[in-house]
Ligand binder design. Structure first.
Ligand SMILES: *Cc1c(COP(=O)(O)O)cnc(C)c1O
Length: 410
């Protein structure tokens, strides 16, 4: 830490400040606040000397613009900002969140390896492991997300990667990342975490022991439901493997989508606070309904992940699960969803708008049992006024109750 001229210690900027300034270089772009959107494939050299110089810089791993597929100043601005917020060495952009998950896994695995994945990973990540990775000779095994240091019993000499997602998709199990990472590193395994729920602001994955932090930027970073994008940040040791596979496969994202992520990022700290607060208010409303058996939200006291969330996280986003009580028919949940006017029905989340989605996990847990008492759905609390959202849910629950009573009297 440096001192300013008055001699008083300069404290590092808070994330609210970093998120506004990271990766921006107006001095390099005629003073414009935001990076220009470069639409580029070919990057011309004025002469052979420049051509050789670019090859030399590229071989030295200097960030530069050599060919559109490997990124332009638009891409590098976003990568720089995310690496700073994550506290990582470098970040790379992928065309979707799923491509970021699969690109991270492919970077560290080879035929004959063994990979351990938390049982709560995003279903398409699981499907990739079960189909693609096994096809290329990688042995795939799932573990109970609550395992903690007990993962020691599952690590084998050929275990190369431990893949976490905390909290997990739909079931929101918080994992003990420092404990798992300490064991994995003792066995020379790489720890990858899908950190999408918490964003780079609310969980510092690298500082907690992960080597690789993956984000579906499609969610809160883009934040406006208008682009697909993925990001992977690594510590210095993991950089070469990540970069090589990224280049070999040819992952590339369009400049407009990269720009949307860059633009969304600037307001994410403010948006997240509202998603967090509205999400908790709505979660508490659900808890007060007699048809609700429980709410799965790590920021709620009593949630199985609450203690770890409190220890390791700096905030909560607006995505959580609602378990309906035993005996509530699926038809009643569906009539609730159909009666909602402000909550949209659709996949994805992290945009400004509220969403609901039924949770269907019957076939996607193998290491742990998923046996909720009744139907379950996922809620994304958007940026609408929370009292309007609760009024919408009251309308939805009136429809749910009407369906429950028709079923009961049949
Ligand atoms: C949505 C999501 C992804 C995939 O992101 P896309 O951009 O939709 O491909 C990966 N992981 C998690 C946890 C997600 O929620």
């Amino acid at each position: 830490m440096t001192d300013d001229s008055s001699g008083s210690p300069v404290r590092p900027p808070s994330d609210d400040t970093r998120i506004v300034h990271a990766g921006r270089h107006p001095e390099d772009q005629h003073g414009a606040v935001n990076p220009p959107v470069y639409h580029a494939s070919t990057i011309l050299s004025p002469n052979m000397a420049d051509w050789h110089e670019k090859a030399r810089l590229r071989a030295q791993d200097v960030i530069g613009t050599f060919y559109g597929r490997q990124g332009t100043p638009t891409t590098h601005a976003l990568e720089e900002a995310i690496a700073e917020l994550e506290g990582g060495y470098r970040t790379l952009v992928y065309p979707s969140g799923l491509a970021a998950c699969t690109g991270a896994l492919m970077a560290f695995l080879r035929a004959g390896d063994h990979v351990l994945l938390a049982d709560c990973v995003y279903s398409p990540t699981r499907h990739f492991a079960d189909s693609f990775l096994t096809r290329f000779g990688v042995e795939v095994e799932y573990f109970d997300p609550a395992i903690g240091a007990g993962i020691d019993a599952l690590l084998r000499p050929r275990t190369r990667v431990v893949f976490l997602e905390s909290p997990g998709s739909h079931t929101f199990e918080v994992q003990d990342v420092p404990a798992i990472a300490a064991v994995a590193h003792r066995h020379d395994a790489i720890v990858i975490i899908d950190n999408t729920w918490a964003t780079p602001l609310y969980f510092k994955a690298i500082a907690h022991g992960a080597d690789v932090s993956v984000h579906a930027a499609t969610k809160y970073i883009v934040g406006h439901s208008d682009a697909m994008l993925g990001l992977v940040t690594v510590n210095q040791d993991a950089w070469r493997a990540l970069r090589d596979t990224h280049r070999q496969i040819g992952f590339s994202a369009g400049p407009d989508d990269v720009y949307f992520a860059h633009r969304g990022l600037r307001t994410m700290a403010v948006r997240l606070r509202q998603h967090w607060q509205s999400g908790l208010a709505i979660a508490r409303w659900f808890l007060a309904q007699p048809e609700v058996a429980g709410v799965i939200h790590p920021a709620l006291p009593g949630d199985p992940g609450h203690a770890l969330w409190q220890r390791d996280f700096l905030g909560a986003s607006g995505l959580f699960g609602v378990k309906l009580a035993a005996g509530v028919p699926i038809a009643a949940m569906e009539s609730m969803i159909d009666a909602l006017k402000l909550f949209g029905l659709g996949t994805s989340w992290g945009g400004f708008e509220s969403l609901v989605l039924p949770t269907e996990l019957a076939r996607s847990r193998t290491a742990t049992e998923w046996a909720p008492p009744g139907p379950v759905f996922r809620v994304h609390a958007g940026l609408e006024a929370v009292e309007d959202l609760i009024a919408d849910l009251e309308r939805g629950f009136a429809a749910l109750r009407a369906t429950v009573s028709t079923h009961a009297t049949r």
